[in-house]
Design a protein around this ligand. Structure first.
Ligand code: NAP
Length: 319
């Protein structure tokens, strides 16, 4: 017997989709993913220390604790969970066929892709160490910037796209100064964002600069920069480092079976709908959202995907 609905991914989108599907008696299965060096079940929030912008938690909550609560809530309604990756999909015939990292095959009438996206990092050892221990390195200014640790400090943002500018501007609310370090002498960001940054008195740019090391033991104390033209190195003291060099969606396992945009995000052609290019396959969360990238918006689209899938199954007489 095929499963009615299989959900791939275990961040806010996946667990919310599971919760809704379970309460609609669709008896969902979640493939929460296998822990690896680049991803762990629970997704991006597992790398976040304090979450202060998820409604319903007035005192804030740790990212991993929040994901544990999401998981428990889905389990309460008998969601079945496999700690495996889905490594390949066959959407050419129906029921769909999915293969897991344990080499088992599962058939599904409907599928929700909620595998998220991972923030790109510089991949420097001290960057990773301090990011994982709440030592003042983050890949999400909107998530972490308002924490008391960053107040009235000089903060460094790496990147030259819209995210770097947006995050830099956001950080000016709290920081004494924001320095945007970009590897070239021209921004990739849209002209209007560039204008906003260049006219903000708290923002300064370090052009042709790459971060080659992060300084500090328990807490960041600065960054070591290298000039990309002269190769000269210099240290810059700071109280926080925000990496904003893009995200990589976790879609390689789809192997072209679903339409992706040029950066690899799943395309959901109709606005405010979660249906993908394959009928019966839906997408939710950061894997289809390069724009908002928030836990609460991911949970929202998880709910939408579950309702879309439920309606599609009912319309087809499959559930
Ligand atoms: P992005 O446009 O791909 O920009 C990434 C930036 O990071 C680029 O400036 C790039 O430098 C730099 N970079 C990449 N790898 C690097 C590395 N290893 N070391 C140092 N720098 C590195 O990504 P994004 O800024 O996250 O934006 C993603 C999409 O969302 C875009 O379409 C953007 O327009 C949109 N967005 C819009 C808004 C808004 O309108 N408010 C806000 C956020 C995002 P180079 O320029 O040299 O390649």
């Amino acid at each position: 017997m095929p499963e009615k609905i299989v959900i791939i991914g275990s961040g806010p989108a996946g667990w919310t989709a599971a919760l809704y599907a379970a309460r609609a008696n669709l008896n969902p299965v979640v493939y929460e993913g296998e822990p690896s060096s680049i991803m762990i079940p629970g997704g991006q929030l597992m790398y976040t220390t304090e979450v202060e912008n998820y409604p319903g938690f007035p005192s804030g909550i740790k990212g991993p604790e929040m994901m544990d609560l999401f998981r428990k809530q889905a389990e309460r309604f008998d969601t079945r969970i496999y700690t495996e990756d889905i490594t390949s999909v066959d959407f050419n015939s129906h029921p769909f066929r999915l293969t897991s990292s344990e080499n088992t095959e599962v058939e599904a009438l409907a599928v929700i892709i909620a595998t998220g996206a991972r923030a790109n990092w510089l991949n420097l050892p001290n960057e990773q160490r301090l990011a994982q221990t709440g030592g003042g390195v983050s890949a999400c200014a909107i998530c972490d910037g308002a924490l008391p640790a960053y107040r009235d400090k000089l903060l460094v943002v790496v990147g030259g796209g819209d995210s770097a500018i947006e995050e830099g501007l956001y950080l000016t609310k709290f920081a004494s100064k924001v320095i945007i370090a970009h590897r070239r002498d021209k921004l990739r960001a849209s002209p209007i964002m560039q204008e906003r940054a260049k006219t903000n008195t708290k923002v300064e740019f370090k052009w042709n600069s790459i971060v080659i090391d992060v300084l500090g033991e328990k807490l960041i104390s600065g960054v070591r920069l290298q000039d990309t033209v002269t190769k000269e190195e210099s240290d810059l003291g700071c109280g926080g480092l925000f990496i904003a060099i893009g995200h990589t969606p976790n879609t390689s396992f789809l192997n072209g079976k679903v339409e992706l945009d040029k950066k690899g995000f799943v395309v959901t052609p109709k606005s405010w709908r979660t249906a993908t290019s394959v009928e019966g396959v839906f997408a939710a969360g950061d894997v289809m959202d390069p724009y908002y990238k928030q836990a609460v918006s991911a949970a929202g689209t998880g709910c939408m995907a579950s309702l879309d899938a439920e309606r599609w199954l009912a319309h087809k007489g499959l559930a």
